[in-house]
Design a protein around this ligand. Sequence first.
Ligand code: SAH
Length: 261
Amino acid sequence: MAEPQFPNIRMVMVNTTHPGNIGAAARAMKNMGLSELVLVDPKEFPAEKAVWRAAGATDVLENARVVSTLDEAISDCGLVIGTSARERRIPWPLLTPRECGDRCWFEAAKHPVAVVFGREDRGLTNEELHKCNYHVHIPSNPEYSALNISAALQVICYEIRMSALTAQEGKAPHFDDWDMPPADNGALEHYYAHLEDTLIKLEFLNPDNPRQTVTRLRRLFNRIRMDQMELNILRGMLTSVQNYIYHTDEKMKNLSKNVDN
Ligand code: SAH
């Protein structure tokens, strides 16, 4: 059987503190056949400690891409999954590690996919998790639920590999096929900015007190997995609304000018 390849599946580590963990993650990836590692603003990298812990996986380390923001790491991805050791106040659609492996493998045939890992001390921020389509939680001991980051990454990569091996036997689960590619993360971020701006102009949102509305809208749209065409339609609608507001404002200004004269 040919060795499965994973060029479209990337592991993203955000703000990692200990370079040893980056090395251990590179090793965990190579053991499972994965190679795409992206480091978002690591505290210390390149580093000798990372090389030691990578052992025979220094090629994965050398090819790791270092970027300064999470957006840069995931903007071209059609599927983004965030990992979390604990439950959050606003729950997101949740996958088991096995479901995560299946989805990653299935979708990577069509577009880039990212699994995102958080800081050793405090995980991913809510804002970072809200950029993801799904969350995955490794069902660990609830009294001590946080795995070392490289151990968590190992579990996820193992499940992705298992899914690939199962697919080779013709037994992989099949998800819906779609006629259009999904909107990628970068396009979604532009859409959310456009939406928020429009809702503020409509005075539906108070920018000083947006409450959870924006988060809930993100969750709604992330859950739907809009395709590129659907996203373009919605962006076109927002542009029309903004044009309408602009022209109405102009008319009102002219009217009041005439009254003043
Ligand atoms: N104290 C942090 C724990 C971070 S552990 C917190 O409360 O979030 C570092 C990273 O390892 C996490 O951000 C996540 O990416 C991964 N991780 C650890 N345990 C995990 C678990 N049980 N399920 C999923 N990811 C986990």
